[in-house]
Design a protein around this ligand. Structure first.
Ligand SMILES: [Zn+2]
Length: 71
């Protein structure tokens, strides 16, 4: 019973939908290879350059993959 309750709590948080048109955040540093779903992500706090908002499709075109903290 406890396990089921935990599952119900976790699923809505991790399965929210993002599309190619969604806004994501990237660090505009030359060696940044990730995109982030939230502006205050732990991964972005390491960014030494500007943080920019782009479309998901654009981030993917730049060869970026989803940040480990949100995967
Ligand atoms: Zn992130």
């Amino acid at each position: 019973m406890k396990k089921l309750l935990l599952l119900l709590l976790v699923v809505p948080l991790t399965s929210f939908t993002i599309s190619a048109d969604s806004d994501v955040y990237i660090c505009k540093s030359a060696n940044a290879k990730k995109y982030h779903l939230v502006e205050n992500c732990r991964g972005l706090s390491n960014c030494k350059a500007l943080v920019g908002k782009v479309k998901l499709s654009e981030a993917k075109n730049q060869g970026k993959t989803i940040c480990g903290w949100e995967d």
